[in-house]
Design a protein around this ligand. Structure first.
Ligand code: FES
Length: 121
C-alpha cells in the first residue's frame, strides 16, 4: 500500500440506499459510491471511454450506463459489458475502432463499519 493510499470516511451507511449511487470528492478524486442488492461498490467517476461523468449516468442491473455514448461497465468487476450500437441513425457517423476502445472502470475497495462507509483511495 503506498503512503498516499488510505481509508477515507465517505458518509453514513444510510445515505447510500439500495440500488442508488452518489458522487463524492475525496482528495480531488471524484468517486461514485453506491449499493446494488445490498452490496456496496465504488468507482472513479471518469468514464474509461472518453472521461464523461459517470454519476450523470444510471444503473442498469449491475452496470453503470454512461450518459455520453451508452457504454456499460459492471460496477463490481469494472469490465466493459456493452457498447451501444453506432448505427442507430442514418446521420450518425460511424466511429473508428480506435475511438470506440475503452479500458475498464477504476474500482476502489469500499466497506462499512459501525454505520459508516469507507473507501480505500
Ligand atoms: S464517454 Fe462514456 S461512453 Fe463515451
Amino acid at each position: 500500500m503506498s503512503p498516499n493510499h488510505m481509508l477515507h470516511m465517505i458518509c453514513s451507511s444510510e445515505k447510500i440506499k439500495d440500488n442508488t449511487m452518489q458522487l463524492f470528492t475525496v482528495n480531488d478524486t471524484d468517486i461514485v459510491v453506491g449499493r446494488r442488492n445490498g452490496k456496496l461498490f465504488a468507482f472513479n467517476n471518469s468514464c474509461p471511454h472518453r472521461g464523461a461523468s459517470l454519476s450523470k449516468g444510471g444503473l442498469k442491473g449491475d452496470n453503470i450506463v454512461c450518459y455520453m455514448h451508452g457504454y456499460e461497465f459492471n460496477v463490481f468487476t469494472g469490465k466493459l459489458e456493452n457498447m451501444k450500437s453506432w448505427k442507430r441513425e442514418d446521420t450518425w457517423l460511424e466511429q473508428n475502432s480506435e475511438w470506440r476502445k475503452a479500458g475498464d472502470l477504476v474500482l476502489y475497495h469500499v466497506n462499512e463499519k459501525n454505520g459508516t462507509i469507507f473507501v480505500d483511495i
